[in-house]
Design a protein around this ligand. Structure first.
Ligand SMILES: Nc1ncnc2c1ncn2[C@@H]1O[C@H](COP(=O)(O)OP(=O)(O)OP(=O)(O)O)[C@@H](O)[C@H]1O
Ligand SMILES: Cc1ncc(CO)c(N)n1
Length: 275
């Protein structure tokens, strides 16, 4: 049989942490890239001992090790888009920002992982400062959840109008080119509704609301899907709306495994279609 090699494949890079439970972080990102037929590369920032119930332990990589992974990928393979997830500390954030600039990485999606869905702060105040000052200005889009948007804007968020106000403040004050405030942590009808602002258009992105407790990894999956779509050449708005559709499908096929919040099902729709 002749080998059919594929030489023109979009490449995306995830700079994020490992989730031993396989629901979020690097593991979710690489599955999302694969679903989109994008070759996935990775720079691991930290290793979490984690399951559906929570995070038991986090071990950070050195900033030098993170920089070397990014450099190895970009210098040889090249990337059309990248995303950042859990960057953990100030040293890693500053290094990632420097590498993005030096290596000229475009189409950067920054998921500013700072606070878990339960509202617990995951990184310290110095790290947040560096994220705001050095990394966010380099992003094509940032995708804060409700709690992260509260920190970045300084505004309380309880309603869709609060999310709209926060998106505009983050755009203006942090020089973010585009902002998507995610509503997975909202209550009632606002749950699962996202707000997009690119400096000109303020839009409410709605898909169907999925009634499930298995939402682990939704944020990682969304930002990885946006990066996948950007790597394939879509414009930012299209990349975001299609990524939101993908997350909704993955939530629809979420996995009821573990005793806590199970992960979303990145490719289980394909198995259903197979009969
Ligand atoms: N129940 C739901 N129904 C529909 N969409 C949802 C639901 N929960 C989350 N989403 C969507 O999932 C995406 C991720 O948003 P979310 O606010 O959950 O991010 P996050 O808190 O960063 O996620 P993570 O749990 O991975 O930390 C958004 O597009 C959000 O609207
Ligand atoms: C490794 C990792 N990254 C991101 C998140 C946020 O969902 C998580 N729980 N774990």
């Amino acid at each position: 049989m002749n080998a059919e090699t594929i030489s023109r494949v979009p490449v995306a890079l995830t700079i994020a942490g490992s989730d031993s439970g396989g629901g979020a972080g690097i593991q979710a990102d690489l599955r999302t890239f694969a679903f989109h037929c994008v070759h996935g590369t990775s720079a691991i920032t930290c290793v979490t001992a984690q399951n559906t119930l929570g995070v038991a332990r986090v071990d950070a990589m050195s900033p030098e090790a993170v920089a070397a992974q990014i450099q190895a990928v970009v210098e040889d393979i090249g990337v059309q888009a990248a995303k950042t997830g859990m960057l953990l500390n100030q040293g890693i954030i500053a290094t990632v920002a420097q590498q993005v600039e030096t290596l000229g990485i475009n189409n950067l999606v920054v998921d500013p992982v700072m606070v878990s869905r339960t509202g617990a702060q995951l990184i310290d105040d110095n790290a947040i400062k560096t994220l705001r000052q050095q990394l966010i200005p380099l992003a094509a889009i940032i995708t804060p959840n409700r709690y992260e948007a509260q920190i970045l804007s300084g505004l309380p968020i309880n309603t869709l109008d609060d999310m709209r106000a926060a998106a505009q403040v983050i755009h203006r004050n942090l020089k973010a080119k585009a902002v998507l405030v995610k509503g997975g942590g909202m209550q009632g009808n606002a749950r699962g509704v996202d707000i997009w602002f690119d400096g000109q258009h303020l839009e409410t992105l709605t898909t169907k609301q999925v009634d499930t407790k298995n939402t682990h990894g939704t944020g990682c999956t969304l930002s990885a899907a946006i990066a996948s779509n950007l790597a394939k050449g879509q414009n930012l708005h299209q990349a975001v709306t299609q990524a939101k559709e993908y997350v909704t499908t993955a939530l629809t096929y979420s996995l009821n495994i573990g005793q806590g919040q199970g992960p979303v099902g990145h490719f289980f729709q394909l198995l259903q279609n197979d009969g």
